[in-house]
Design a protein around this ligand. Structure first.
Ligand SMILES: Nc1ncnc2c1ncn2[C@@H]1O[C@H](COP(=O)(O)OP(=O)(O)OP(=O)(O)O)[C@@H](O)[C@H]1O
Ligand SMILES: [Mg+2]
Length: 287
């Protein structure tokens, strides 16, 4: 599969920082996939995104965008990528529509932003000054702005942060549709629900290093507890029994429960992405 990004030995230090911010990370983002960069606050996720989006220049290492050295790209790079920033910055005195019209003017290719406004539920507020927008409305406007040039590669820094579940779902559906249309999406997040629903591959970043690149499914299988938990009602009352998944078909005790109890629920003991996040990054859960 083609690589949209190939990163080797990426190292970066903010001029004012005492410590190296990004410490020699290597990974690839496959074309047509959704790649999640995860990690605790301050790990370097947004910094990595800014480097890949050519907003920070002074890095060491090699970055290739569709096979070509990122440093050799000029303005044309921004015709191909969309960038959703962590902290949305809009012109607050202008309306949403005026903001989008202004930013769309910077691109040769223009998406239908009226349709996008409708999709994210901002159509009726499009003529209000953005200064009057709620946080979630600004986040949705920021998302539309990242799509203004119908980009083939999309950077999204915590795209659903601050959204209610319905609006978050709309954005996630749109992200999955973009992937289905062959686009590549790079997401930084610490929302594990988003990761499970969206990401084909994830990299865990801790203190500027990447410890693990894998699919959410592989991670769950590797870190999963591999148990089967049965809740059932037996003669003596309700009970919860746990069996090893290995050899479950020949486990007489398990088969007994299935035959003799009234089974209420059966779960396989899958570890959640939250558990994996904590194990891999060694950090307490936050959010
Ligand atoms: N402009 C800057 N100048 C100096 N240091 C910075 C700057 N921006 C970020 N940093 C530092 O670089 C490190 C990584 O920050 P970054 O914003 O990339 O983290 P993050 O993983 O995106 O965190 P969060 O989950 O909180 O968004 C932090 O220690 C931060 O203090
Ligand atoms: Mg960040």
């Amino acid at each position: 599969m083609d690589k949209a990004f190939e990163i080797k030995g990426l190292t970066f230090t903010y001029p004012t920082a005492k410590e190296t911010t990004i410490k020699g990370v290597s990974f690839a983002v496959k074309k047509g996939t959704i790649f999640g960069l995860l990690g605790p606050s301050g790990a370097g996720k947004s910094t990595t995104q800014k480097i890949l989006a050519k907003l920070l220049w002074d890095y060491q290492g090699e970055i290739r965008f569709f096979g070509r050295d990122l440093r050799t790209f000029g303005k044309e790079f921004y015709e191909r990528v969309g960038v959703g920033f962590e902290m949305p910055v809009h012109f607050n005195r202008l309306t949403a529509r005026e903001n989008l019209s202004y930013f769309a003017g910077l691109y040769k290719t223009k998406a239908d932003y009226e349709a996008l406004l409708t999709r994210v539920g901002l159509k009726n507020d499009a003529n209000r000054p953005v200064g009057e927008y709620s946080k979630g409305m600004k986040v949705r406007l920021n998302f539309v702005r990242a799509l203004l040039n119908d980009p083939e590669f999309l950077f999204l820094d915590e795209p659903t942060n601050g959204l209610d579940p319905s609006n978050a779902k709309i954005l996630k559906d749109m992200i999955l549709e973009m992937k289905a249309a062959g686009k590549t999406i790079f997401i930084t997040t610490h929302l594990m629900g988003d990761v499970e629903q969206l990401c084909d591959e994830v990299a865990f970043m801790t203190k500027g290093s990447i410890s693990e690149v894998s699919s959410p499914r592989e991670l769950k299988l590797r870190y999963g507890k591999k148990e089967v938990i049965v809740e059932s009602i037996a003669d003596a009352g309700e009970r919860k029994t746990v069996f090893p998944l290995e050899g479950i078909g020949h486990n007489d005790a398990f088969l007994d429960v299935l035959k003799n109890d009234r089974v209420v629920t059966i779960h396989s003991g899958e570890t959640t992405m939250e558990d994996i996040f904590i194990k891999v990054t060694g950090e307490a859960k936050y959010e």
